[in-house]
Write a protein that binds this ligand. Structure first.
Ligand SMILES: Cc1ncc(COP(=O)(O)O)c(C=O)c1O
Length: 287
C-alpha cells in the first residue's frame, strides 16, 4: 500500500508522523472522503470547496491551489495501488502540523501535515438493494459540524452503538429534530414529501446530498428542506441515508422496528437508481 505524506509517495510502513502532530494531540485538522470510480474522483470540486471552507474555519494555512493539487495525488494513489479496475475510497487529511503542545497555534513556520491514502471500496450491493438497519442516538457533537474536522467522537460513539445493535447507521437527533447520520445525511418521506435538514452549522454539507438535491429537482420530487421532527421519524413512509461510501441506502428497520413494511420505498428507489446512474456516468463506466 502506497500512501502520500508531505510531498512523498511512501510504503505504508514508512508513512509516519511525529507524536506531536496536532492532528493526534488535539484532533486539530480537516479531512475529506472522496469516492473514485475508475481513476476519476467523483465531484472533486465540491469536495475541494468543503475542504477549503473547513481549513479556513480552523485557520490552517493550506490554500485552494494546494487543495486542488491533491486531486492528482489521489489519481496517482489509485494507479500506484492497482485500484483502477473497481472503485476506491480516498482519505485526505490536513492537520495543523507537529509542534510542542500548546492550545494556541504554533508559529506560522510550522507546516501543516498532509496525508492521503487510497483503499479498495467494495460496494455492498445487497444493502443498497434491500436496505439497512439503523438506530437512533443523541447528537452529542460540537457546534460546527459543517467543518469536516477529524474530531469525530460523537460520530464514533454513535456508530459503535449502531454496530452493537447489529445496525449499519445511527441517526442522530437533538432538541427534538433529526440532524444527520453518524457518517451520512438523512432523508425521510413524511406525508408524501421528502424532508432533509437544511444546510448550516448543524450538519455536514454532504456531497452525495448535494447531488441528490439536483436529482430531486430533475425528477420533480416533492421536497421540503426542513428539519425532520424526531417524533415524526417513526411514522415516516420512507427513510434513507446517503454518503460517499453509502450512496443512497434505504433504511428498512429503525430501532428494531420495520420502516414502512420493511421494504425500500418508491422515492428512495428512484433516487438510489438516479444517483448510481450519475455516479457511473460521471466516470464513464458501467456498474
Ligand atoms: C457526519 C456526516 N454527514 C454526512 C456525510 C456524507 O457526506 P458525503 O456525501 O460528502 O460523503 C458524512 C460523510 O463522511 C459524514 O461524516
Amino acid at each position: 500500500m502506497i500512501m502520500y505524506l508531505n510531498g512523498q509517495f511512501l510504503p505504508r510502513e514508512q508513512a509516519l508522523i511525529p507524536v506531536e502532530d496536532r492532528g493526534f494531540i488535539f484532533g486539530d485538522g480537516i479531512y475529506e472522503g472522496v469516492r473514485a470510480v475508475g481513476t476519476k474522483m467523483f465531484e472533486w470540486a465540491w469536495h475541494a470547496d468543503r475542504m477549503e471552507n473547513g481549513l479556513k474555519g480552523l485557520r490552517i494555512n493550506f490554500n485552494r491551489a494546494q487543495i486542488d493539487a491533491l486531486e492528482a495525488v489521489c489519481e496517482r494513489l489509485v494507479q500506484d495501488n492497482g485500484l483502477t479496475d473497481g472503485e476506491a475510497f480516498l482519505y485526505l487529511e490536513v492537520s495543523r502540523g507537529a509542534a510542542p503542545r500548546t492550545h494556541f497555534f504554533p508559529p506560522a513556520t510550522v507546516p501543516p501535515t498532509v496525508f492521503v491514502s487510497a483503499s479498495k471500496l467494495v460496494v455492498p450491493r445487497k444493502m443498497r438493494d434491500e436496505g439497512c438497519s439503523a438506530v437512533t442516538f443523541p447528537d452529542m457533537r460540537w457546534k460546527r459540524r459543517d467543518w469536516k474536522t477529524v474530531n469525530l467522537l460523537g460520530n464514533v460513539l454513535a456508530r459503535q452503538a449502531a454496530a452493537e445493535a447489529g445496525a449499519y447507521e445511527a441517526i442522530l437527533h437533538e432538541d427534538g429534530i433529526v440532524t444527520e447520520g453518524a457518517a451520512t445525511n438523512v432523508f425521510a418521506v413524511i406525508d408524501g414529501v421528502l424532508r432533509t435538514h437544511p444546510l448550516g452549522e448543524r450538519i455536514l454539507p454532504g456531497i452525495t446530498r448535494m447531488v441528490l438535491m439536483e436529482l430531486i429537482a430533475e425528477h420533480k420530487l416533492p421536497l421540503r428542506e426542513e428539519p425532520i421532527p424526531f417524533a415524526q421519524l417513526d411514522g415516516a413512509s420512507e427513510i434513507f441515508v446517503c454518503g460517499s461510501t453509502t450512496d443512497v441506502t434505504p433504511v428498512v428497520t429503525l430501532d428494531g422496528k420495520p420502516v414502512a413494511g420493511g421494504k425500500p420505498g418508491p422515492m428512495t428507489v428512484a433516487l438510489r437508481d438516479a444517483f448510481e446512474a450519475r455516479l457511473y456516468q460521471a466516470a464513464g463506466t458501467a456498474r
